[in-house]
Design a protein around this ligand. Structure first.
Ligand SMILES: C[S@@+](CC[C@H](N)C(=O)[O-])C[C@H]1O[C@@H](n2cnc3c(N)ncnc32)[C@H](O)[C@@H]1O
Length: 289
């Protein structure tokens, strides 16, 4: 059964989107708008991280490469409608729209202003059927078994509950369908030091990145259990941390140029937990059983 969409009163606090919208209103050639305000609002996948430079152009290419990896794991075709949860400015929808034909893709987001921008930026092509829907990842406004694929690119840590989201994704997926996500997953032995470290630094990080939940589950094993409970089987588990690390250098350069000290600080902290290896960037895929 389809659930009700959230009321207009439902709000998430995502200060980095506030910054993006402030800068979009002033100049579209702003480096932050180019990097995070026009298509993908996610980290990049750098094929050869040791040779990566910190330019905006390389970051944009790396963001596309991350999308490509996730879409390949998902396996998209016209027979299987795709739902992209937490779609941001519709980067994944745009990516698919440009490369495939005859597909049905729905982007869902909790923030109306992001959906409005996605609609402005993306034009249907190649006989594709695109739609953007306002809703909460944990109360999906769709009927059971509506989709063959659900993606959630770099957003599950903002959701009120990973458990509720996985249950909802399972409900709207057809049997045999796939859920593909990317997430920052703590390394199991680092959970305690990470939790203690976050007690000191999470507030500063939250001032720019908003609510960011590293825990529950706090390991791949935890994810495997959660998946089993919700009617999924973990079929793909890829640690791409080292390929994402150049993103921090690129972002820090941009944030330095625009002089956003709070965002620089938050990003340095996020970089540190990834560089020491406590938090791993993973692409995970689940099959609906
Ligand atoms: C880091 S951005 C990623 C955006 C997009 N997936 C991309 O890769 O470009 C996180 C996204 O999650 C969305 N989000 C946060 N909480 C949400 C919720 N409860 N339901 C739906 N979307 C949510 C935010 O509005 C934002 O668009």
């Amino acid at each position: 059964m389809a659930r009700k969409p959230p009321s207009a009163a439902v709000r998430v606090r995502l200060p980095y989107f506030d910054t993006l919208f402030e800068r979009i209103a002033v100049a579209s050639d702003d480096p932050l708008v180019k990097a995070l305000g026009t298509r993908h609002v996610h980290w990049g996948y750098y094929g050869t991280p040791s040779e990566a430079d910190d330019s905006v152009q390389s970051l944009i290419e790396a963001q596309n490469a991350l999308t490509e990896r996730m879409v390949n794991v998902a396996g998209v075709d016209p027979q299987h409608p795709l739902l992209d949860v937490g779609c941001g400015f519709g980067g994944t929808v745009a990516y698919l729209n440009e490369r495939l034909g005859g597909i049905s893709v729905t982007g869902l987001n909790i923030e109306l202003r992001q959906l409005q921008r996605a609609r402005q930026l993306i034009e249907e092509r190649n006989g594709n059927d695109l739609s953007f829907v306002h809703g909460d990842a944990c109360i999906l406004p769709f009927k059971d078994h509506s989709f063959g694929v659900v993606t959630a690119v770099e957003c599950i840590f903002h959701f009120p509950s990973r458990l509720r989201f996985l249950k909802e994704a399972r409900r709207v997926l057809m049997p045999g369908g796939r859920l593909v996500i990317s997430d920052f997953v703590p390394l199991a032995p680092a959970v305690l030091p990470l939790a203690l470290w976050l007690l000191a630094h999470a507030r500063a990080m939250g001032r720019f990145y908003g609510w960011f939940n590293y825990f529950s589950p706090s390991s791949v094993t935890g994810y495997r259990l959660l998946a089993r409970y919700c009617g999924f089987r973990l079929i793909h588990n890829e640690d791409i941390t080292k390929n994402t690390l150049p993103t921090y250098k690129a972002l820090l350069r941009i944030l330095g140029i625009i002089g956003h000290r709070g965002a620089e600080r938050a990003t340095r902290y996020a970089a540190w937990v990834s560089e020491v290896g406590w938090v791993r960037y993973r692409i995970l895929a689940f099959e609906a059983t």
